[in-house]
Design a protein around this ligand. Structure first.
Ligand code: DGT
Ligand code: CA
Ligand code: CA
Length: 571
């Protein structure tokens, strides 16, 4: 249908006219665009049957606009529009999508700085060229950058840590409806991928229409992309999209298996079904017309000759073959962490006291907590020097005397300096229960140099753990240049532990590296790096990452009881 193309052209003409401060005509084009958008018949057919007279019956379309439509239908273009574009060859839709940018601004930015699209806009804003313009100023420039950043988030993927709680909140509301019999996450969110395109929720109900109606009107829904009898798709604030699907009880297992994905994993399960003369889809596993499995995922996998494969493993990384051979790992469970070893207290600028952190750890059911405040090198975070560490030791001893079945360990997060040495004396490190060391400066070293730096740190006789070993920040900063295999070798030789940092924007190590570490016999620790007690909950993100990396409890030192841990740390 040509309708949509004409909608776009008329809307853009309206914007071009607005740029030139022309009265009334922009509104005329805008109105016609709206009418065409709502029109159910095809304009080309209207024209074919009734000619220009037919076009003029469309609300808002008068003599001139009817002629323009005729011109477009006959020649495939509108000369008037082409000339306007030639005068101002900019990506209108792209620029208008940036919060705070209107037609007048676009014109000025094009005429003065030659800005044609969001990319040009970003470059100019970063170079400080916009604030230099007469009517703009520094604040506008900052707003433009913020608008661009927001747009990027909207069009891009979301961090697991930001989309999971929002989706779980929506699930809680859905659960309140009595028509909802069962509910589960699906898609990449159920697989706990580190970034998520959209959230998927699967519901079992005998009354899907009711569930859909309830879902699309929930508070927080800012847009309904689509709504049918058994599915709906909505947007929340901040651009988070959720797909909801509703299935009958009998199909739950097959539907969950299908909508959990990954697509690549599903291709393999379907192929396996075919090899057995079966057919697998979202409704069930079939032999001919007969459904042989569909109620639970276990049933589906069993009928394929497989044990249940955990969602975090369904990424076509060899999990099907491993399952066939009975060699799936017994991956770490969400409740198996015994304590958090990387937590900061108010001694180094964290928000809570040591005791508050300890209480929070106890509340989580932990048996130990490692306080690992920054050391002196990091001036911004008020790092501790040797004397302060000694004082802190005394305070921790005092607190420990009062605990039952719970202990605070004193560690620190020391800095790995450029040459791989540690920013605090060995004699001071020796007095701690354990030592974490991490890179916090000169992150952009050449590969060989950075690798040497980290290896030297693992060789320090007191360093037990390397924090956030690859230094990445999700969607913001790449990993350091390092030869990870060499690091793994050094870690194994020196019995140094690599951290799986669970903070939502790090998740470092990443899944593939966790798997390599596990295969090389390198031990890992899952830590939240909490600077406030509320952040301890991020442990689940780290566990998810460990599961995606096929890690078993034996690989993760904070799944171990305290006595084993103490015996494992370097003296
Ligand atoms: P995302 O949203 O990009 O983070 O990744 P997913 O895995 O959540 O992908 P999504 O939301 O497009 O689809 C959810 C699941 O539904 C996906 O993991 C597997 C299933 N699925 C969707 N489309 C297809 C398809 O065309 N073929 C197959 N086999 N499965 C599909
Ligand atoms: Ca998804
Ligand atoms: Ca989806």
């Amino acid at each position: 249908m040509k309708n949509q193309e004409l909608v776009k052209i008329f809307s853009e003409i309206a914007i071009f006219l607005e740029m030139d401060d022309i009265a009334f005509r922009p509104q005329a084009y805008e109105k016609a665009a709206l009418a065409l958008e709502a029109l159910e018949q095809d304009v080309a057919q209207i024209y074919q049957k009734e000619g220009v007279a037919g076009l003029k019956k469309i609300p808002g379309v008068g003599e001139t606009l009817a002629e323009r439509i005729e011109e477009y239908l006959k020649t495939g273009q509108i000369k008037y529009y082409r000339e306007l574009r030639k005068k101002m060859p900019v990506d209108l839709a792209g620029l208008l999508a940036v919060e705070g940018i209107g037609p007048k601004t676009i014109k000025e930015l094009y005429l003065r700085l030659g800005i044609k699209n969001p990319k040009d806009l970003e470059r100019a804003a970063r170079a400080g060229k916009i604030r230099a313009l007469a009517n703009f100023g520094e604040k506008t420039e900052k707003n433009i950058l913020q608008g661009l950043e927001f747009l990027r988030r909207q069009s891009g993927r979301f961090l697991l840590g930001e989309i999971l709680p929002e989706t779980e909140e929506m699930m809680l509301k859905l659960r309140e409806l009595k028509e909802v019999e069962r509910i589960s996450l699906a898609g990449s969110l159920r697989r706990r991928k580190e970034t998520i395109g959209d959230a998927d929720i699967l519901v079992v109900s005998q009354n899907p229409r009711k569930v859909v109606d309830f879902f699309v009107t929930l508070p927080g829904v800012v847009k309904v992309w689509g709504q049918g009898t058994t599915k709906a798709s909505i947007r929340l604030r901040r651009g988070i999209d959720i797909d909801l699907r509703i299935v009958p009880r009998e199909s739950y297992g097959a539907a969950l298996q299908y909508f959990t994905g990954s697509k690549e994993h599903n291709i393999l399960t379907r192929k396996l079904a075919l090899e057995k003369g079966l057919k697998l889809n979202e409704y069930g596993l079939f032999r001919g017309r007969r459904m042989i499995a569909s109620q639970s995922e276990e049933d589906v996998y069993r009928a394929l000759g497989l044990p249940l494969i955990e969602p975090e493993l369904r990424e076509n990384q060899g999990e099907i073959q491993a399952a066939q051979r009975g060699q799936l790992p017994r991956i770490i469970g969400y409740g198996e962490i015994q304590g958090d070893l990387h937590c900061h207290s108010d001694w180094d600028g964290g928000r809570n006291t040591i005791l508050e952190m300890a209480r929070a750890a106890q509340k989580r059911g932990y048996h130990y907590l490692g306080i690992s405040d920054h050391t002196q090198f990091l001036k911004i975070e008020r790092g501790l020097d040797e004397r302060q560490l000694l004082r802190q030791r005394k305070e921790i001893d005092k607190l420990n005397a009062k605990f039952y079945r719970f202990q605070i360990l004193q560690g620190c997060e020391a800095n790995i300096l450029n040459d791989g040495s540690i920013d605090i004396k060995d004699s001071a490190l020796a007095k701690l229960d354990f030592v974490i060391a991490g890179v916090h400066s000169s992150l952009k070293m050449a590969k060989a140099e950075m690798t040497r730096r980290l290896i030297r740190a693992t060789r320090n006789p007191h360093v037990d753990i390397i924090s956030h070993p690859t230094g990445r920040l999700l969607q913001r900063r790449d990993e350091y240049q390092i030869d990870f295999d060499s690091i793994l070798r050094a870690a194994r030789e020196t019995k140094t532990v690599l951290e799986i940092n669970a903070s939502p924007e790090r998740l470092d190590l990443k899944d593939a590296n966790i798997r390599r570490a596990g295969e090389s016999g390198v031990k890992m620790v899952i830590s939240t790096d909490s600077h406030a007690k509320e952040q301890m909950k991020f442990i689940d993100l780290g566990i998810a990452q460990a599961r995606r990396g096929w890690a078993e409890p034996a690989d993760i030192i904070n799944c171990w009881p305290l006595a084993r841990l103490r015996g494992f740390f370097k003296p």
